[in-house]
Write a protein that binds this ligand. Sequence first.
Ligand code: ADP
Ligand code: MG
Length: 318
Amino acid sequence: MSYITVKNLQKNYTIYEKTGRLKRNKRIVKALNHIDFTVEEGAFLGYIGPNGAGKSTTIKVLTGIMTPDGGEAKVGDYVPYKDRKAYVQNIGVVFGQKTQMWWDLPVIDTYRLLGGIYKVPQKKFKHQLESLCDRLDLDEILHQPVRQLSLGQRMRAELGAAMIHDPKILFLDEPTIGLDIISKQKVNHFLTELNQGGKTIFLTTHDLKDIESLCEEMLILSHGEIIYKGAIAQLKSNTELPILVTAQLPLEQPLDALHHLKERYAFSFDQARSQLEIQLTEKKQVAELARTLFQEYDIQDFRVDEPSIEEIIKKIYT
Ligand code: ADP
Ligand code: MG
């Protein structure tokens, strides 16, 4: 049975645009336009899409902050926006652009307050705190006021706050936005460990590199509609974008010596640089091509470039 079920979900925003001194135009933005999807327990889902696609709106509905205009959402046994009070005990939430921590208090005080709000038993709280300090490297910042933390430190503290009551599922809305590479790696490493420990993770991002290294599964959203759902590996093998093989031949390689290849491959040859480029449609063709090339030519350098997830998604969008 699915852990998250979203059926025919709709959310509209009404915006009023000034069109003249006294005139205003009313416009409806369909932020979520009848979307459907399911997520299994224990999944690490990448929920991606460009700015304005509807990612944050989805998270707001799934965390109970916002009530949809139509359709329904269910997470575990709860309808988030209806069973809000009981529901929040079971989830963790991180909004990359906001904080759920008390700005002027030391990190540990926020954790204690949250522990109280979620009614975490003393013993469990202590255990969870120790475990989070280890995994998120929190010892040195635990007693500092949140406002003194760097963005990277704050995000680690933020993750601790979201997990202090040990929820089964964690919702993250662009958690790595603005972070330096090292901080990003720490966050991503923590998330991977959480997921391996059995937690379900719903990660929203526009950073495709994150998705590729973290998630097995992704949902692509565009203008409030789901345009792809599936495994990342599947997406890569389904794409019609070519795999590009580049081979360096000795300089002054005569072009007519390449007649062997002509029969089997579409290739281009840069005579000035003696560089051969061959486009393949399937990964399994690479081995055979490599054999042919190395047998028949004096190959000095050889490179295989698969289409990046960025290119694939750009293609889906267009
Ligand atoms: P994302 O998180 O993918 O960038 P959002 O869910 O924030 O997308 O927004 C989806 C659409 O809804 C966008 O067109 C955005 O401008 C609009 N929108 C979001 N929040 C509001 C709001 N409070 N009022 C009016 N329009 C909004
Ligand atoms: Mg957003």
